[in-house]
Structure formats: C-alpha cells, structure tokens
Design a protein around this ligand. Structure first.
Ligand code: ATP
Length: 311
C-alpha cells in the first residue's frame, strides 16, 4: 500500500481561551475525495489553515507527501492547492489575468501559462467571460474562478473550504463536476462542508468534526450502515394480526404500532418495502400513508451528538 498523501496526528489549537482543535488525527489516501463535515464553528477552517501552513498548531504534526507542514517550511506548498472560504481574487483584473497572476506565483511560465489558463477557464466554465473584470461576476462565477486559481499549478492535493457557500445551483454543479474531474485525473481532494448532501455525494471517506474533535472517521457507506432506515405506514383500520407478520419480515429490526400507524426500523428500506407491499396485498390491507427515511450523514451526526448538523 502506498503512503498516505496527508497524515495528521494529534493536532491541537486554541485561540486564547477558546479551543478550536482538541486532538485531531486522521489520514487521507492518495486519490481520495475526503470529506470534512461539521457544523459552523466545529474547527474545519482552523484545521485547513494549519494544513496549508497559514496557521501554527499548538501541538501535533501534519505531513503532506511525507513533507512537514509548518508556516516556516514552504516546500510542501508546491504540492497543494487551496480554495479558501473567502474569495481571494483581484476584482479589477479579468478572470484570465487572475489565473495568469496566481499561476506565475506558483512558477507556471511562458507558453504553459497561457495554455493552462485556457484549460482552467474551460474547466470552470468561464471561457466566455475570460476577459471580463472579476468585479462584474456573480458570486457563483467568482467561486468557480477561485477554484480555477487554486489548480493553475496542477497540485497533487487540493483543499476546498466550503466551496459552495452561497452559490447558485449552476455554479454548484460546475464545482462538483470539476472536483470529480480533477479527482479522476489523480488529484486528491479534501473537501470541507456543513452540507451533508455534498459530502455524501462526493466523498468516499469522511471525518465528522464537532467542537474540535473528530467524532467519526470512516467510509460514508460504513457510517450509513451504522443506522437503520425508517418506514412509517398508515393503514386503513387496525393493524391487528399484521403486526406479527411485519415484525417477522427479514431485515426488520424494530417495530412500533400506534393505532393504524406502524413505524418500522429496517436494514434496507427498498428491500423491506417490496416485502411489505407483497404482504399487504396478500392480506388485502389498504395503505393510506407511507413515509420513508434512508440513513444519511445528517442522521449520523444527530445519532452521535444528539444535535442537528445545522442547529
Ligand atoms: P465555519 O463553518 O463557520 O467556518 P469552522 O468549522 O470552519 O466553522 P473554525 O472557523 O475553525 O470553525 O472555528 C473553530 C472555533 O474557533 C470557533 O469556536 C471559532 O469561534 C473559533 N475561532 C476561529 N477563528 C478564531 C480567531 N481568529 N480568534 C478567536 N477564535 C476563533
């Protein structure tokens, strides 16, 4: 197995009396899209700032491609790209000029610089706006350019800090597509968000951070498997003897009946539903209401903390 591209060990950071990170340890394999999910104030930006060498940890270590991460040691920076939460663009320059400027800062030169700017403009869907000043762009277009700036020098590891905050659906899709395309081209991605749907859709492995601690660190599939799906049925009339038959269906873990309403917890919502429908048909029972809830990362967070992700 190859060495992880990013290794983080026991990071601590406080701002005066306020602890922001309280012993964070994880690693990211090459080629992964790793999601860092947590509510506002959980410590995500602090963690990313340390990993980008912008902020010094109080204790603990981080390594990128085996290189020590530190504000004093710049070598690792050539390998990373950073898309910060706040836009870092020159509003009076055009999109192309921004890309050229930041590309040069990272050592891209000559013919390659022009070629790369054209490629990046196409990738983030801004070719037709290339020569317009950034101040005339919508928020979503600026976010797309912010991503473009970070990939001019073809980094191996890209950090994205809540890249879709406040963007329109079209820009969000461009960002998603570009993240997937970059990853397919071999770029490892660390993606932070408090939108669990994004993390669930994009990431293989996830760290859930809360109050400066990693409270879960696993594949999305495993985290979701730790919860049951829920099916709520409302029948016409009493549930009666159906209760026993429903409880006996394979994969049904728990069942609660209240009047004509049945709440079932099951391992696989779709498979259980197929069996429920067959049973109801056989028993000539009439269904008047149906709700289902698949496990999702929001519920994983609720399960672990007792709070909603977006309190
Ligand atoms: P958000 O999603 O809102 O950006 P976050 O998960 O990125 O949140 P951080 O910005 O890392 O969280 O903040 C972690 C904690 O540290 C919070 O309690 C925050 O108030 C505090 N904090 C962050 N930056 C500073 C600072 N410069 N000075 C003092 N406290 C800070």
């Amino acid at each position: 197995m190859t060495a992880p591209i990013l290794e983080v060990r026991d990071l601590h950071k406080s701002y005066g009396p306020t602890p922001a990170l309280r012993g964070v340890t994880f690693q990211v394999e090459r080629g992964a899209i790793f999601g860092l999910l947590g509510p506002n104030g959980a410590g995500k930006t602090t963690l990313l700032s340390i990993l980008c060498g912008l902020l010094r940890a109080d204790s603990g270590q981080a390594r990128i491609l085996g290189l020590t991460v530190s504000p004093d040691d710049g070598v690792f920076r050539w390998h990373i790209g950073v898309v910060p939460q706040d836009l870092a663009l020159y509003e009076d320059l055009t999109a192309r000029e921004n890309l050229v400027f930041f590309g040069q800062l990272y050592g891209v030169q000559g013919h390659e610089l022009k070629k790369r700017a054209d490629e990046v403009l196409a990738a983030v869907g801004l070719t037709d706006r290339a020569d317009r000043r950034v101040r005339t762009f919508s928020g979503g277009m600026k976010r797309r350019l912010n991503l473009g700036v970070a990939i001019m020098h073809r980094p191996s590891l890209l950090f994205l800090d809540e890249p879709t905050t406040g963007v329109d659906p079209q820009s969000r899709n461009h960002i998603f597509e570009e993240v997937r395309r970059l990853n397919a081209a071999g770029v490892t991605i660390v993606y932070t968000s408090h939108y669990m749907e994004e993390v669930q859709a994009l990431c293989g492995r996830v760290g859930i951070i809360d109050h400066g601690r990693l409270i879960a660190y696993d594949t999305v599939a495993n985290l979701l498997r730790s919860l049951h799906g829920v099916i709520r049925l409302r029948l016409l009339g009493e549930v009666g003897c159906l209760e026993r038959r429903l409880a006996a269906l394979p994969g049904v873990e728990r069942l609660q009946v209240q009047g004509a309403t049945v709440d079932l917890e099951c391992l696989d919502v779709k498979a259980t539903l197929v069996q429920i429908v067959a049973l109801l048909n056989e028993q000539k029972a009439e269904l008047v209401g149906l709700e289902t809830e698949e496990p999702n990362l929001e519920r994983v967070f609720l399960h672990l903390t007792g709070r909603a992700l977006r309190d």
